[in-house]
Write a protein that binds this ligand. Structure first.
Ligand code: ATP
Length: 582
């Protein structure tokens, strides 16, 4: 069966050229649309499997508007654009395209982009399917277990956390007539640690009085299907719900995904999960799709659970109103040794743990000293390749010629001439390519070929050699800028970007600074034989939080080591820092 492609392009000559080229390559071009509206109609009628879309179209609406529609329908798309300036790339990237081709393009680049888009789409479908299967498996186990209601809800929350990363969730029964103790609230305080609140606990923490709580619940707009609100949409949605707004303000949340189960209802109230995140862009269409898919299994599990705790609603009351439930099994290896409780950092751990379970390439982005290498090592240690080698190469400072030999090795050209490259050394394990943004352009193509075909060619070799290596790359550079300036390949970028982790700068997670600094203070004090006697004064903590840490955790570590070296008393009251935040 030929794959169906729709071309959305307002220049006829270019569109026609594309049609000829794609038909020759064996695709079925279902049509050419010039505007958003005609594209919408063509999608409805012809059900294309991939859409090539120009960012600028004739008419009011642009390719970016069309991208949103395509996302809702889960159709992969590739942008075509003559304009590759940073701003355009940034807006386009936010819509999650499967590829980006800059005009004028070479035929083989376009066909490679389509190939990658198909691969990415299939692997994301497969990932969704795997998540769905794993979550429904967890639900089956949950439905059968006999435990008190709060414990069951905690298990449900933990199971969900592995598939959708969130920082806060309210779970229980919702309806216009407020009944206290029908919902539980879980605030995530560690990788697998939650502060649990019953309704009273929630009211205490959020400082809402009971009368306002009743009024807020009465005004709530009940929804019957999953929906999400990110960033500005979240602010608007806060105006429609006092509770949402309260959660947002009290716990500094910026997005919300509402997952109602209206079939589990009693007296106009029904079961719901309301997930929040401190990130602005936490939820997307794929999460909604996952919700819709797991809905029947979740419904069955909750029905089973309620059957054993009802009649009526499960009344949940915690002894103290608030409880802290901590993880029993920490993450093993380098990831588990990383310190932080901020939502940005916990999200990094979620992604790293999720990617460790796959064998895909991973792109780790972040400023110098944010812990990219440690995360890469952590992914390897948690993966099925953990018994294999973890080999690191820093791509900075290589010429194309020297890097080729370094990575792929030399063919045996006589006694003593053979040399195994880093790929060869990493066989069966993981190759970590640090500073990928500095990899010579010619080598980027060779790396792309290895990622796509799992084959490489040694320098001086005639036959491709099979490789079984997982590649994790890291960069502190702005790759979009590198692409715009012609130094980084778009196709490699899209191949790598499918599994991407962005490590936050230390200044973005000020709440973690004291925790990490205290950890290093104890560590260096112990190492230098001072025991645990040292501690920070309030002034020094303030100094640590006000400084902007351009060198991130690595710089913080050095600063604390120096403190320990010069500490004369038990209290560290001054920290030598180069400059202050303005
Ligand atoms: N969250 C954290 N908790 C504890 N230690 C951390 C954390 N993040 C980073 N570190 C430590 O900070 C140091 C810098 O981390 P790492 O070298 O992995 O950063 P990087 O992003 O790879 O830096 P570069 O880009 O300079 O190579 C390491 O010693 C690492 O163990």
């Amino acid at each position: 069966m030929k794959q169906k492609i729709l071309i959305v392009e307002d220049f006829f000559v270019e569109a026609n050229h594309l049609r000829i080229l794609l038909t020759r390559a064996g695709y079925e071009v279902t049509g050419i649309a010039r505007t958003f509206e005609s594209a919408e109609e063509a999608i409805r009628q012809d059900h294309p499997e991939i859409v090539l879309v120009d960012i600028f179209l004739a008419g009011q609406k642009t390719g970016v508007d069309l991208a949103r529609l395509l996302n809702r329908q889960n159709i992969p798309f590739i942008y075509l654009s003559a304009n590759s300036n940073e701003e355009v790339l940034k807006t386009a990237r936010e819509t999650g395209p499967s590829g980006f081709v800059v005009k004028p393009f070479r035929e083989k680049d376009l066909l490679a982009a389509i190939g990658i888009a198909r691969y990415l789409h299939e692997s994301s479908r497969e990932a969704l399917w795997r998540k769905e299967a794993a979550f429904t498996g967890e639900l089956d186990r949950l439905a059968g277990a006999r435990r008190p209601w709060p414990e069951r809800m905690l298990c449900l929350v933990r199971a969900l956390q592995q598939f959708i990363s969130f920082d806060y969730v309210a779970v229980g029964f919702i309806g216009p007539v407020y009944m206290p103790f029908n919902a539980l609230h879980f605030l995530r305080t560690g990788f697998d640690e939650y502060q649990v609140m019953d309704s009273e606990g929630f009211q205490t923490v959020s400082r809402i009085n009971p009368a306002r709580m009743v009024a807020s619940m009465a005004a709530i707009k009940l929804r019957t299907s999953p929906v999400f609100f990110n960033a500005v949409q979240f602010q608007i949605a806060c105006q429609e719900s006092g509770i949402r707004s309260l959660v947002g303000k009290t716990f500094d949340m910026h997005s919300n995904l509402l997952f109602p189960l209206p079939k589990i209802s009693l007296d106009g109230r029904y079961f719901f999960l309301s997930l929040y995140s401190g990130r602005n862009d936490a939820f997307n269409e794929r999460h909604l799709e996952l919700c819709r898919k797991v809905q029947p299994a979740l419904q069955h599990a909750v029905e089973e659970m309620t059957r054993h705790v009802m009649p009526g609603f499960p009344q949940v009351r915690l002894d103290e109103g608030i409880e802290l439930i901590s993880n029993k099994v920490p993450i093993p290896g380098p990831l588990g040794a990383m310190i932080g409780e901020s939502h940005l950092f916990l999200h990094v751990l979620d992604l790293a743990v999720a990617f460790a379970a796959t064998d895909s390439s991973v792109l780790i982005r972040g400023e110098r000293g944010t812990g990219k290498e440690q995360v890469a090592g952590g992914i390897h240690a948690l993966s099925a390749r953990s018994d294999g080698p973890f080999i690191k190469v820093n791509c900075a400072g290589f010429s194309a010629g020297s890097m080729e030999g370094e990575l792929f090795g030399f063919e045996n050209g006589g006694p003593g001439n053979a040399r195994t490259g880093r790929f060869g050394q990493a066989e069966g394990g993981t190759l970590f390519l640090d500073e990928i943004g500095e990899m010579p352009f010619e080598i980027q193509l060779k790396l792309l070929n290895v990622l796509q075909r799992h084959e490489m060619e040694r320098v001086g070799g005639r036959q491709p050699v099979r490789v079984d290596v997982r590649v994790i790359v890291a960069t502190s550079r702005d790759l979009e800028k590198e692409i715009a300036e012609g130094r980084f390949r778009l196709d490699l970028y899209y191949r790598l970007n499918a599994c991407c982790i962005r490590l936050p700068a230390l200044r973005e997670r000020i709440d973690d600074i004291e925790l990490i600094a205290t950890h290093f203070l104890e560590y260096f004090a112990e190492k230098s034989g001072r025991g645990h006697a040292l501690r920070f004064s309030e002034k020094s903590i303030r100094m640590l939080k006000e400084y902007d840490w351009p060198g991130n955790v690595a710089e913080l570590m050095d600063a604390i080591e120096t403190c320990v070296l010069f500490a004369r008393t038990e209290i560290v009251d001054d920290i030598k820092l180069p400059s202050r935040k303005s």
